[in-house]
Design a protein around this ligand. Structure first.
Ligand code: 5AD
Ligand code: SF4
Length: 475
């Protein structure tokens, strides 16, 4: 099989990947980067020094394509400058969901683009690049029947380690739910699950490289493996892998929270007590128009069952305000549901009509200023809940997985089981350790462990001067 030019004998080419959108895109970008590594490309964070630029795009809300075209405008300037300076040509690729949805149009509208690859065919990226080198402009947006992941070269230990002790692992893609606001079923296609054996193999490789926490990803991750025993059985297998101390999964649809999965929340100590379970609206009328196929009461009943087996579970959700036909009363029902659940975090969006989805042509579009006002009220309520959730940890013990060194000397940053970043003193442990600390205070989006408070002096004082007070606080 052709491997392209020998990475040993030519200076490494550099690839800059910009990722938009969800965690699945983050994972895809990592895998594409790793695959290009095997082709002799090195990742760079600086677009100016790149030989290849990939924009891994998201199509979920409006203006996605416009954002890409304006980014392409900037890249075109870079490309011209680079070529004028005799530094060779710059290759430009569009990947992800905008590529899938608008591939042919992008190639026609943006001459700077050399290749367009949809989310299902990343394993053909090296080959597509060779065709680009041969002077072609490539569009490849098929829905490949074979899984791209099983055809991408495996990531090396060094690549895995460079990304830290917490890793993403995509286990499922696509969606059959067809919520009437959502483009995902059209851009990512039907629900497809990766095989259990391939997932376990990848998880073992991650653990062997030092990963302690794995977040399973899928557009409907809890619909994983209908013929393989479902997500609960996969989680049980993953929990048996030595070294993997923490498991998470995201994102889920309420309809697929089956009994076995709910029970697993009470059975596996590795499964972290944090669940992202989008509901979108608290109004049954709107839920029906959204084709969510459950009511607000169904959703609350699921949460009750999960809380019965895991009382400390923290919840997060997604909400859309201003779906067509949403009245003040419907919106009030959403606020009521939020009050009833009490979220640790939530993502809130104004409805954005997506061409080709049923919602876009429904009657009763809500004026922008009403959407804005509802979004503000919803966000204020959720923020209150988030602050209360964070403050509930002050004075309590908390297990933290240490992920990286902190911004200030003497600090490390980790995560609580509930996904909150926690600043811990460096003396607490090393990256990859799970340590128990006591929480002394909250910061806007993090918790502070006792002994980790930065020195109470201006940042300009020398480190030597600032260490004694810090040391005293630890003591
Ligand atoms: N408008 C606004 N928000 C949307 N989402 C998906 N489609 C739209 C849309 N057309 C939100 C949903 C989903 C999250 C990933 O993005 O809340 O759960
Ligand atoms: Fe979109 Fe609904 Fe599928 Fe989620 S469940 S990806 S919101 S269609």
């Amino acid at each position: 099989m052709s491997q392209g030019s020998d990475p040993q004998t030519r200076p490494a080419r550099k690839v800059f990947i910009k990722t938009y959108g969800c965690q699945m895109n983050v994972y895809d970008s990592q895998r594409m980067g790793d695959a290009l590594g095997a082709e002799g490309y090195e990742a760079t964070e600086r677009v100016e020094e790149a030989d290849l630029v990939l924009l891994n795009t998201c199509h979920i809300r409006e203006k996605a394509a416009e954002k890409i075209y304006s980014e392409l405008g900037r890249i075109r300037v870079l490309k011209t400058e680079r070529e004028a300076a005799g530094l060779g040509s710059l290759r430009v690729g569009i990947t992800g969901c905008v590529a899938q949805a608008e591939g042919a149009e992008i190639i026609a509208r943006a001459p700077v683009v050399d290749l367009v690859i949809g989310p299902q065919t990343y394993h053909r990226l090296p080959d597509a690049l060779r065709r680009v080198d041969g002077g072609e402009r490539v569009v490849d947006t098929d829905y490949a029947v074979d899984s791209k992941f099983d055809h991408l070269p495996k990531s090396t230990d060094r690549q895995i380690r460079s990304r830290g002790v917490s890793a993403f692992l995509t286990v499922q893609e696509g969606c059959d739910k067809f919520c009437t606001f959502c483009v995902v079923p059209y851009t990512r296609g039907a629900e497809v699950s990766r095989a259990r054996a391939a997932i376990l193999k990848e998880a073992r490789e991650l653990a062997e490289a030092g990963v302690r926490e794995v977040t399973l990803l899928g557009q409907n991750v809890n619909a994983w493996g209908p013929d393989e025993g479902g997500l609960a059985s996969l989680l049980h297998d993953l929990a048996a892998i030595p070294g993997l101390a923490r498991l998470r999964y995201t994102t889920s649809h309420p309809l697929d929270m089956d009994e076995a999965l709910i029970r697993t929340h009470g059975e596996l100590r590795q499964l972290m007590p944090y669940l992202h379970l989008p509901v979108q609206s608290g109004s049954d009328r709107i839920l029906k128009a959204m084709n969510r196929r459950h009511t607000a009461a169904d959703y609350l009943a699921i949460l009750d069952r999960i809380r019965a087996v895991r009382p400390d579970i923290a919840l997060s959700g997604d909400f859309i305000v201003g779906f067509p036909g949403e009245s003040d009363e419907d919106f009030e029902a959403t606020l009521r549901l939020v009050r009833e659940v009490s979220y640790a975090a939530a993502y809130t969006f104004k409805y954005s009509p997506r061409p080709g989805t049923p919602g876009a042509t429904m009657d009763g579009h809500v004026p922008e200023d009403v959407k804005t006002e509802r979004l503000d009220r919803l966000q204020a309520l959720i923020r209150e809940q988030q602050v209360a959730f964070q403050e509930s940890f002050v004075g309590r013990r908390c297990e933290v997985l240490i992920e990286k060194v902190g911004r200030h000397p003497g600090q490390m940053i980790g995560r609580s089981p509930f996904l909150l970043p926690v600043v811990v003193p460096a003396s607490a442990g090393a990256v990859g350790d799970i340590v128990e600390v006591s929480i002394s205070e909250t910061r806007p989006n993090s918790l502070m462990a006792a002994g980790a408070e930065p020195p109470a002096m201006p940042a300009t004082v020398s480190m030597a001067a600032s260490s004694p007070p810090l040391a005293r606080k630890i003591a």
